[in-house]
Structures are given as C-alpha cells and as structure tokens.
Design a protein around this ligand. Structure first.
Ligand code: NOJ
Length: 533
C-alpha cells in the first residue's frame, strides 16, 4: 500500500475519531419527567462539539416496556415516547451532522421485548407463522427446562408458556425472549431494521451482545465451571460454550456488515465480552465482520502498569492484518472508572485511553470524573440488582444523571431524577470544571485536542515500550513525529531514563507544558506525560 492510500484508509472517521456514549435516560431531561430525552441530547450537542468528540453512540431509544431500560425493544423502528418522537430523532441527527458529529445507534438483535408484536404472535399458538422466530422447546420428560442454561441476570434462562406447553429461551430477562437467528426470515426483518435507520442517516450501530446471536443447534447443556463458587454471579456457574460464540455467528456478522456496506462509511461495532483470541475473530475473514469488536480489556484487567502493558501488547499482536483496534474504559454496565481506580488514576486512565492506538470510546460523565453513586435500596431500578441482590451487580450507580451545573438537580432535570445525583454535584459538574484549568474535564479536552492535532496519536504506529515498576512507557509514531507516553500507575514519584531530549506536551497534572527534559524524566505520583521527541 502506498502511504497516501494508507493515509486515506486510516483517515476514515471511525478510525481517527473518538466515540462518546450517551445513556439517554441520564443525559438531559427537557420535559421534567426525571428521565433524559432526545431533545435533551440535541440541546447538549454544543457541549459535545466543544469537547471535540467525533461520534455519539446512544443507548436504545426504541419503544420499550423498559424492563431492561430499552434493551427490551417492542418496536425497532420507532422512538419511545419517554425519549420523544421520530421527528425529534430526525432533528437530532440533522443538527449533529451540521456540527460534524456522527450518530451511532444501539441495535439490539439478540432478543426483543415479550411485548413485541412478533413475540405476541409467536406465543399465540404452536403453529403460528412467527413461532419459529423465537426459540421454543418441549419440556424434558419430567417437565423441567430443555437444558441447563442460566440467564445472564441470574435464574433460569427458560420460561414455560402455559398456553402452548413449551419453554422459550431468554439469555436475559424472561421479558426479553431470544430471537431465532437461524431463521432466515428473522435475519431479513432485522436487516431491514438496519436499513430503516441507515436511510435516516444513522452513521453506524453498536450491536448488543452480538456474540450471543447464534446458539448451539442441538442446544446442548453448558459444562460446569469448576472455578465457580457460591456467592458469585450465577451466570458464571456454567461455561458459556454452547449458548454463545458459535462458529455460524460469523456468517451473521458478515451479513450485517454487508448491509452497512450498501451505504457510505458506516461503522459496525460489536459488543463482545470474550478473551482476546476469541474477540479478534469478530473482525471476520478478510475483515468481513465488525469494524470494531469492542475491546473491554482495560475494564477487566487489574490497574497495574505491567498488567496493562501486557494486555496492550497481546491485543496489538492478536489483531488481524488491517484490523483496527479500539479501547473502552467504561460503559453503562460497568463500575465508573473514577470509582474503580480512584480520582488520581482516572486522569492517568484518560491519558492512556486517548493515546493508545485505536478508536477510544468515552462514557458520558467520565470526563468530569463522575463516581458510582450509591443507590438506596428503595431507589434501585436495575433488574439485575433486583434478581441477584447484594452481589454488587447493580448497574444503577454508573447510570446516574449527568451533572451539568451547580444548580438544582445539577441542571439535569426540573423534575425528580429517575436515579439520584452524586452528592458531589455542586462541585463535580461541567460548568464548574470547564472553568478550572486543572480539572479532569480540562484534561480530557486537552487530550482530545492533542489527539486531533497529532496524527501520531490518532492513526500513528504503536511502538511497544517498557515497564519499570509502576511506570508504563510506549511510543506513537507517524512520519517524522515521535511521541512518548509515560504513565505512572503508582502513588509514589518515579524516574525513568529518556532515550532523547524531549518536550512535555501535556501532563495529567496540567502544569508543565512546554518544559524541556533531558536525561532522566521524573514523574510525580499518579502522573502521566505526553512528550514530543
Ligand atoms: C448488554 C447491554 O449493554 C446491557 O445493558 C443489557 O442489559 C444486555 N446487553 C441485554 O440486552
């Protein structure tokens, strides 16, 4: 490939750019019902443009009984009234595009709501034409479920339908029956859903639990996980070898990709929680699969310099030729990064996320250092917490309202917010932090700006570095530009020799820009630096 061709290929927006995840219930409410809406996202577009992210991914906005807060879809081609109307969506996407922002939707193909008309028909009778759109099986001879699979939210994955005497399968809630992706009619209907949104201008999809779509054809039992102990989440009791990640899934992903390829420059992102060697198979043969199989390694690894350096190198090595990397620090299912690793290290994490090779996804609120918010038992919303209480599985703490101002309800809503705000919202909010030259928000904005300024950071090569105690050092290079990133994962000062004289482009402490360094480089506790050589 000539360097010009390479430059064009790598300049595609979803490689060069930064994705920002919005959890729509919690971003901005404009009708005082305590739940965010599309109009709220529209009113905050200027903030996202100021932050200089490139794309917004919005968690599901479709009509839904909200048993799993939108991941139980009752109509794939509409907008839930709680979020607004299709016309609000059209206005949002038009105004996002005017500002140069792309818009990515969440596509939830593994399951529908049990209120979706397809399922209502499917359960009506054994010979209904939609019966085979879902996964129905007879009980075992003793009346028990067809196999031993467990729901991801705890409890049985099979529910007996009294009327027709068969069980249906649901990998999540009983109100989220799994579609039968072995049925070509299901595939066609779902590909038309993609086209419906692509025709409206959507720039891509984040596909929910894409590795779950195809199950073992014979629905064999999952083997026990010998490492599991009582008191851990129930889904871990069995190894999910037959209920997910089947070989035929790659044919489905490639078909989805072909639908996106009917349009220009759209992106297919897959939600996949698998070990790296399995994850990278989702790029597909000859890159015919997902553009970005989400890489959650940073969420799952211990926050230690050696562990992080190892996983970055392993991931870089495992990527198929031409496969584009990506990195995620948090999302609506995981603990807030600032809570998991602490405020000081959250800044180091921000620098890591925005200097690694590959598309970064930011989770709303992480840029202001939002913490997990404790949820009193009477305010718990998450069905997972309700099903398996006391194990810390609830996802409400990381889904609390965005904190915009020091005003009432942090400027999120004029009504009672659906989840409580952080106790720190008078100081931890966008308005306060954007005027503070040392705040984490200022750091994020500077990092984003640097990434936009330096091709070395967005599309340059990654040069593996070294780890010394708590320090992780690596390089990014593009043409003659050479940037060194040094991150102190520890809480003590540390020093490292520098290969060449360098200039500090940015410190996570935000006070040393432009300083020249020669010989040895000293880092303060919890400090990260970007240097240009
Ligand atoms: C993954 C989503 O991220 C999560 O929020 C949801 O509960 C499950 N898939 C089921 O759709």
């Amino acid at each position: 490939m000539t360097s010009d061709v390479r430059r064009t290929a790598e300049n595609i927006w979803w490689k060069r750019g930064i994705v920002y995840q919005v959890y729509p219930r919690s971003f901005q409410d404009t009708n005082a019902d305590g739940v965010g809406d599309l109009e709220g996202i529209r009113r905050r577009l200027d903030y996202l443009a100021w932050l200089q992210v490139d794309a917004i991914w919005i968690s599901p906005i479709y009509p839904s009984p909200m048993k799993d807060f939108g991941y139980d879809v009752a109509d794939y081609c509409g907008v839930d009234p709680i979020f607004g109307m299709l016309s609000d969506f059209d206005r949002l996407i038009a105004e996002a595009h005017t500002r140069g922002l792309k818009l990515i939707l969440d596509f939830v193909p593994n399951h529908t709501s049990d209120k979706h008309p397809w399922f209502v028909e499917s359960r009506a009778s054994r010979d209904n034409p939609k019966r085979d759109w879902y996964i129905w099986r007879d009980p075992k001879s003793d009346g028990s479920p067809p196999n031993n699979w467990v729901s991801n939210f705890g409890g049985p994955a099979w529910t007996l339908d009294e009327t027709t005497g068969q069980y249906y399968y649901h990998a999540f809630l009983r109100e989220q029956p799994d579609l039968n992706w072995r049925n070509p009619a299901v595939r066609e209907a779902m590909y038309n859903v993609l086209r419906f949104w692509l025709d409206r201008g959507v720039d891509g999809f984040r596909v929910d639990v894409i590795w779950h779509l195809i199950k073992d054809a014979a629905m064999r039992d999952n083997p026990p996980n010998l490492g599991w102990t009582v008191g851990q989440r129930e889904i871990g009791r069995l190894l999910q070898v037959n209920s997910a990640d089947q070989p035929e899934i790659h044919e489905v992903v490639a078909e989805m990709r072909r639908v996106l390829d009917e349009y220009d420059e759209r992106v297919l992102i897959g939600e996949i929680y698998l070990p790296i060697e399995r994850l990278v198979t989702y790029y597909g043969d000859d890159l015919s699969g997902a553009h970005l199989p989400f890489n959650f390694a940073l969420i799952q690894a211990p926050w230690k310099a050696d562990a992080i350096a190892k996983l970055v190198d392993e991931y870089e090595r495992a990527l198929p030729q031409g496969g584009w990397p990506n990195w995620v620090l948090g999302n609506h299912d995981q603990s807030r990064i600032a809570t998991r690793i602490g405020e000081a290290q959250a800044r180091v994490a921000a620098m890591l996320l925005l200097t690694l090779r590959g598309t970064p996804t930011m989770y709303y609120g992480d840029e202001i250092g939002l913490q997990n918010v404790p949820i009193p038992p009477e305010r718990v919303q998450d069905p997972w917490e309700k099903n398996e209480p006391g194990l810390g599985l609830g996802r409400d703490p990381c889904r609390t309202p965005m904190q915009w101002t020091a005003d009432r309800n942090a400027g999120f809503s004029d009504g009672e917010p659906w989840l409580p705000l952080g106790a720190d919202h008078e100081s931890c909010n966008v308005e306060t932090l954007r005027n503070d030259p040392r705040s984490i928000l200022t750091l994020y904005r500077r990092l984003v700006a640097l990434r936009r300024e330096h091709l070395a950071l967005s599309i340059g090569d990654y040069v593996p570095g070294r780890v010394e105690d708590d320090l992780f050092r690596f390089e990014r290079r593009y043409g003659a530009t050479r940037l060194i990133i040094v991150l102190n994962f520890g809480h003590e000062a540390a020093a490292v020799p520098l290969p060449a004289p360098a200039r500090i482009l940015l410190s996570t402490i935000l006070d040393q820009d432009g300083d020249k360094i020669e010989g040895a480089l000293s880092l303060r506790p919890d400090e990260g630096l970007i240097l240009s050589v």
